[in-house]
Design a protein around this ligand. Structure first.
Ligand SMILES: Cc1cc2nc3c(=O)[nH]c(=O)nc-3n(C[C@H](O)[C@H](O)[C@H](O)COP(=O)(O)OP(=O)(O)OC[C@H]3O[C@@H](n4cnc5c(N)ncnc54)[C@H](O)[C@@H]3O)c2cc1C
Ligand SMILES: *[C@@H]1O[C@H](CO)[C@@H](O)[C@H](O)[C@H]1NC(C)=O
Ligand SMILES: *[C@@H]1O[C@H](CO)[C@@H](O)[C@H](O)[C@H]1NC(C)=O
Ligand SMILES: *[C@@H]1O[C@H](CO)[C@@H](O)[C@H](O)[C@H]1NC(C)=O
Ligand SMILES: *[C@@H]1O[C@H](CO)[C@@H](O)[C@H](O)[C@H]1NC(C)=O
Ligand SMILES: *[C@@H]1O[C@H](CO)[C@@H](O)[C@H](O)[C@H]1NC(C)=O
Ligand SMILES: *[C@@H]1O[C@H](CO)[C@@H](O)[C@H](O)[C@H]1NC(C)=O
Ligand SMILES: *[C@@H]1O[C@H](CO)[C@@H](O)[C@H](O)[C@H]1NC(C)=O
Ligand SMILES: *[C@@H]1O[C@H](CO)[C@@H](O)[C@H](O)[C@H]1NC(C)=O
Ligand SMILES: *[C@@H]1O[C@H](CO)[C@@H](O)[C@H](O)[C@H]1NC(C)=O
Length: 577
């Protein structure tokens, strides 16, 4: 595959790289006495809990368990603090288009031909994401069999530190009013709750546009109980089989930033555990590298099979995202996701905008349009980029200023599933993954319905001041299709078919999940079936993406919820034995 495109996996990017209002904010690193570089780790060390992956679930889990136990949190990436690409809202896209080995974002391209990205930094996906914060629905919580009270307490524990009410400016307000005008009702105001209608959701960006991440939840940690290692990549989970009813996890091997291997072991005691929180790609990958997975596939990579577990890596899903690009006659604010329309047809409508796509730096961040930084203006005049040429052709000369935003649509669920496989035995490399977007016709129907609603929002009275009257919806569709949003062939007759548009312009909203689903790879307590002393707690356990966007629920589950449950169950069984 052409890896030069990996720079643009940020595909959907809105902001400018120029610092807002001319100043750059760089957050003071918190005084985390427990965070160390992996090179400082001893050759071998011992803990009650070893958590693999300091991401969106791993950080809050480590903070909670460290209250009463000794915890090691192992993260392959570096620190998010002091990196303006992570901290500033207006830099969304900078990390996603940074393809260097130390970037907090590791690009991958799914076998579907869609550009994608995964986190490689303390705080995980919450350091890269568009910030939208919204809880799972009450039905989702009930179907998962979770304890609703503990779920609510756990969400609040997260929200106290990292969730904010967004400022509603002109573009987001127009989308909200447009959604209401076309009947995505009722208006539910500002709320974290997932309920049908139009709402303003939470965000992990504060009022100054500064990002707060899952790494901030480490402020809750007990510094005496926690060790966090950065730039530490786990290669394998170690199991003991002798004298055990089931293979029992007892340690991990990880390499530091110099490539030197270390070992971390569980303290003696039958309640101690290893917890895998390496994310939807990392967790199934590491189970397989450790000998837990489909036997035949493991053997083809010369991996000794510990447990033949055919469901590891199965049931991978990614919610397809499709967007319509809308150039605006008026200036618009820089915004990521703030408003959402939760429709009854299984489609979620969201929007983002950029103040000034006309600057070269803005275009770089809007990576979808033009590969080379700053080449927009020359490309524009020589029209060598078909996407840009078409874009400007469609506009009146006087209007050829590049500003605007997009309205996007995410399919609920989804119902389509794919699978993940190892490419090799190198834990630094991406596994191969296929999501089979729109394989289930229900997903395609939901997408087409969503596009129909977007077309009505664009035509609404409330939104009219942000559109050029002569750019019809089919013209916007044509423009959107001419940008290299994925590697798929385009069918130029699509204006008659929303379904074909959905297929041709499919992108990711980065909510991929599955691979270690509850009931298939882990039980209801997230314990890996067929082995002892090992759980998986992260987005790989979901069958469907929770809420409109998942991060709130990933943090909730990792934090109070499973952390408190694990600790309580342990105290209970200690008391009774
Ligand atoms: C660009 C983008 C935009 C998004 N927008 C939103 C949004 O607006 N709202 C929302 O709710 N959600 C959003 N999401 C989704 C959300 O951020 C993710 O679903 C969530 O962060 C996943 O959490 P996780 O704990 O499962 O995995 P992660 O947060 O990815 O954590 C996994 C961690 O494990 C580490 N790791 C992996 N393998 C190893 C190994 N072998 N050794 C050591 N460490 C390892 C990784 O470096 C990573 O830090 C977005 C995601 C992205 C990428
Ligand atoms: C940082 O934390 C350590 C231990 O928790 C403490 O001794 C030290 O004084 C703190 N430093 C600052 C600058 O707050
Ligand atoms: C750890 O990784 C970060 C970036 O991911 C890098 O800046 C830092 O230098 C690394 N530390 C070491 C000791 O290599
Ligand atoms: C920020 O992103 C830019 C563009 O991708 C990259 O060149 C730069 O190295 C990044 N800076 C940091 C501190 O990661
Ligand atoms: C949890 O909070 C939601 C509102 O966010 C509420 O609807 C629900 O009833 C609460 N659940 C419990 C068990 O209290
Ligand atoms: C630990 O160090 C010893 C030598 O001091 C070495 O033989 C051994 O391989 C090391 N173990 C690991 C896991 O690195
Ligand atoms: C597996 O081992 C065999 C024999 O050592 C070797 O020929 C083969 O290339 C190996 N396969 C992989 C995928 O490493
Ligand atoms: C969209 O593109 C097709 C094929 O290039 C063209 O036939 C059609 O006229 C265009 N429609 C609009 C509204 O621009
Ligand atoms: C539209 O494109 C599809 C896919 O290439 C093709 O099968 C179909 O015949 C085309 N329809 C028209 C009317 O050109
Ligand atoms: C830690 O232990 C104390 C005292 O037993 C208990 O009150 C508290 O709930 C425990 N906290 C966690 C997170 O387990």
């Amino acid at each position: 595959m052409d890896l030069s495109w990996c720079r643009f996996v940020g595909a959907l990017v809105v902001a400018i790289l120029l610092c807002l209002q001319g100043f750059c904010y760089s957050e003071q690193a918190p005084n985390y006495s427990f965070v160390h570089d992996s090179t400082s780790a001893p050759n071998i060390s011992y803990y009650d809990y070893i958590i693999i992956g300091g991401g969106t679930a791993g950080c809050p889990l480590a903070a909670t368990l460290s209250q009463n136990y000794s915890v090691l949190l192992i993260e392959r990436g570096g620190s998010p603090y002091g990196n303006p690409n992570i901290t500033n809202l207006a830099n969304f896209g900078a990390s996603l288009s940074d393809n260097t080995p130390t970037s907090p974002a590791q690009p991958f391209i799914s076998e579907d031909g869609v550009y994608n990205s995964r986190a490689r930094v303390l705080g995980g996906g919450s350091c890269l994401n568009a910030g939208f914060y919204t809880r799972a629905s009450v039905d989702y919580v009930n179907n998962a069999g979770w304890d609703g009270n503990l779920v609510n307490q756990s969400y609040q524990w997260v929200e106290k530190l990292v969730a904010f009410e967004p400022p509603m400016r002109q573009w987001q307000s127009a989308v909200r009013d447009g959604l209401l005008e076309v009947g995505v009702t009722p208006y539910n105001g500002f709320t974290y709750d997932h309920i049908i209608g139009t709402k303003v959701g939470g965000t992990i960006f504060d009022r100054d546009g500064h990002r707060h991440t899952a790494a901030d939840l480490l402020e809750y940690a007990n510094p005496k109980g926690l060790t966090v290692l950065l730039n530490a990549t786990v290669h394998q989970i170690l199991f003991r089989t002798k004298g055990k009813a089931k293979p029992t996890a007892h340690g991990v091997i990880f390499s530091d930033s110099l490539g030197i291997k270390h070992r971390a072991q569980l303290n003696k005691g039958s309640k101690n555990e290893i917890i895998l929180s390496a994310g939807a790609l990392g967790s199934p990958q590491l189970l397989m590298l450790s000998g837990v997975g489909p036997a035949e596939h493991l053997r083809s990579h010369n991996i000794t099979v510990l447990v033949d577990q055919p469901m590891v890596g199965q049931g991978m899903s990614d919610n397809p995202m499709n967007a319509i690009y809308i150039p605006s006659p008026l200036d618009v604010e820089v915004s990521l996701i703030q408003v959402v329309g939760i429709t009854p047809v299984g489609s979620y409508i969201e929007a983002a905008s950029g103040a000034n796509f006309g600057s070269p730096a803005g275009m770089q961040s809007f990576g979808m349009f033009e590969p080379q930084t700053g080449e927009l203006f020359t490309v524009r005049s020589d029209q060598s980029n078909p996407g840009m040429a078409k874009f400007f052709e469609a506009m009146k000369p006087a209007d050829r200023v590049f500003r605007g935003g997009f309205i996007l649509e995410k399919v609920l669920g989804p119902s389509s599933t794919g699978h993940l496989e190892l490419r090799n035995k190198n834990p630094h490399d991406n596994p191969s993954v296929r999501f089979n977007y729109f394989q289930d016709p229900e997903d395609l129907r939901r997408c087409a319905e969503g596009i129909r609603i977007i077309s009505r929002v664009i035509a609404s009275r409330a939104f009219s001041k942000f559109t050029y009257p002569y750019l019809s919806f089919p013209a916007l569709v044509n423009m959107t299709l001419s940008f290299p949003v994925n590697m798929l062939p385009k069918h130029n007759n699509v204006t008659s078919s929303h379904e074909q548009f959905c297929r041709d312009s499919v992108m990711t909203i980065w909510h991929y999940h599955g691979g270690n689903q509850v009931g298939k790879v882990v039980d209801n307590d997230y314990k890996v079936l067929g082995v002892d002393a090992l759980r998986v707690i992260d987005g790989s356990t979901f069958q469907y993406s929770p809420g409109t966007n998942p991060q709130a629920t990933v943090m909730m589950l990792g934090s109070r919820y499973m952390g408190v449950k694990i600790a309580n169950d342990r105290v209970k069984s200690d008391g009774s034995s």
